[in-house]
Design a protein. Structure first.
Length: 351
C-alpha cells in the first residue's frame, strides 16, 4: 500500500504503511488554536475569554509558529486580538467552538526512516457525546486542517476526542474508557474492537485503559486532565490530597491503577503524583482545574496555574520531569471557566 498527500485513505491501515504516533515533546512544526466565540461554553463574562486566548497565543508564538483558525467575524476578532503578532498566522476554517485538541487532527509521522508524506487521523466528532449542538463545523475541522497541510487522511469512523488519548511515542497509548467506550460516542462497539481500531489507526502496540474523572469535567474524563507521559515509562498523575474534595477518591484509584500498568516495551510505569487545586470553582460551580493539562512545545512546557498553593509544587515537579526546557506558568483561572485547560485549546503538529 502507498500513501498520497491530501488523499482520504479510508479503510487503509497507517500502522501497516509505516507511520507512528509521536510524543508531544518531539519537535513541532506548529501549534494550532481555534479562536473562541461560543459564549455558551464558558461561565462568567465572555469578554475575558478572547483576551486570555490572545495572551496564551502570544506566549506560545515566542517558541513556535501558531496557526489560529476561525472564519468571518470570528476571524476578524482573532485578527484584532493577535493579527500581526510575530509567529502567528490566521487560517480561514469555520468552527463552532474552540477546543481544538478534540476537534483537530491527530498527526502521524513516518517511522523508522520510511519515505512517507505527512499523515493525519481524523476522528468523528459529536461534541462530547452530543452535549453542545450544533457541531457541524467542528466535525469538519480535522479534515480541513489535514487537507490544508497536504496530509494523507485516515478516517477510522470512530468518535474520539484528542484529549482522550496520550502517548509515549514508543507504542503505548493511555485512554480513559469513560469517554470512548460509551453509548454516547460509540454505541455497540465492544472494547476489543475499539482497541483494534486504536492500535491500527494510531500505530501503537499497547492500549492501557484508565478510569477516573474530575468533578466539573464535561468530557467524561479526558486523560489529559488526569495522567500524562513525561518520558517513556514515566507518567505524572493528578492527585487530590484533600479527603473532603469530590476528586480525592477517584484520583487515588486512578493512581493505583496506573501503577499496575506495563507499557509496550515491557516497563512497569513509574507514576509521579501532582496535586491539583482543591474545590476550584466559579459561581459555585466546581471546575476541572488541573496542572496536568499542560502543553509541551519546542524547548518549553506551558503549565496551567490557578493562583493556588499547588501551583509552585506542580511547576517544580514538571521542571524536574522536563530538564532543559523552559517551564512557563500560564494563568488558567479564566479559560477553565469553559471546563477545559491549556492542552484542550492547543493541537500540536509535529515537524
Amino acid at each position: 500500500m502507498t500513501a498520497t498527500p491530501g488523499y482520504e485513505a479510508d479503510g487503509k491501515n497507517p500502522a501497516a504503511l509505516g507511520y507512528r504516533l509521536p510524543a508531544e515533546w518531539e519537535p513541532h512544526a506548529a501549534t494550532w488554536v481555534a479562536w473562541p466565540h461560543r459564549r455558551a461554553t464558558f461561565l462568567g463574562p465572555f469578554a475575558d475569554i478572547p483576551r486570555a486566548y490572545a495572551r496564551i497565543i502570544r506566549a506560545l508564538a515566542r517558541h513556535e509558529p501558531v496557526r489560529v483558525i476561525g472564519t468571518g467575524g470570528v476571524l476578524d476578532e482573532a485578527s484584532a486580538g493577535v493579527g500581526g503578532a510575530p509567529g502567528v498566522t490566521l487560517v480561514d476554517i469555520p468552527t463552532n467552538d474552540s477546543w481544538i485538541r478534540d476537534t483537530g487532527p491527530v498527526f502521524l509521522v513516518p517511522g523508522n526512516g520510511a519515505d512517507l508524506p505527512p499523515a493525519a487521523v481524523t476522528w468523528e466528532w459529536n461534541a462530547w457525546g452530543g452535549k453542545y449542538p450544533p457541531w457541524d463545523a467542528d466535525a469538519q475541522v480535522a479534515r480541513s486542517i489535514a487537507a490544508r497541510e497536504g496530509c494523507t487522511i485516515f478516517a477510522p469512523g470512530l468518535v474520539l476526542e484528542g484529549g482522550a488519548i496520550e502517548t509515549d511515542g514508543e507504542g503505548t497509548l493511555l485512554v480513559n474508557a469513560r469517554c470512548v467506550e460509551t453509548d454516547s460516542r460509540n454505541p455497540g462497539v465492544a472494547r476489543d474492537r475499539l482497541e483494534e481500531i486504536l492500535r491500527q489507526s494510531l500505530c501503537v502496540d499497547r492500549v492501557l485503559w484508565t478510569g477516573g474523572e474530575l468533578a466539573g469535567d464535561d468530557t467524561d474524563g479526558h486523560i489529559d486532565q488526569l495522567a500524562r507521559f513525561v518520558r517513556p515509562g514515566v507518567v505524572v498523575a493528578a492527585r487530590q490530597p484533600d479527603r473532603f474534595d469530590p476528586n480525592h477518591q477517584a484520583l487515588a484509584e486512578n493512581i493505583a491503577l496506573l501503577e499496575t500498568f506495563i507499557d509496550a516495551k515491557g516497563r512497569r510505569l513509574e507514576v509521579i503524583p501532582i496535586d491539583i487545586p482543591p474545590r476550584f470553582s466559579y459561581g459555585g460551580v466546581q471546575l476541572p482545574a488541573s496542572h496536568l493539562n499542560y502543553y509541551v512545545g519546542n524547548r518549553f512546557v506551558a503549565v496551567p496555574v490557578f493562583h493556588e498553593q499547588s501551583d509552585r509544587r506542580a511547576l517544580d515537579t514538571l521542571a524536574a520531569c522536563f530538564p532543559g526546557r523552559v517551564v512557563e506558568p500560564v494563568p488558567l483561572d479564566v479559560v477553565v471557566r469553559g471546563r477545559g485547560g491549556l492542552h484542550c485549546i492547543t493541537r500540536d503538529q509535529p515537524a
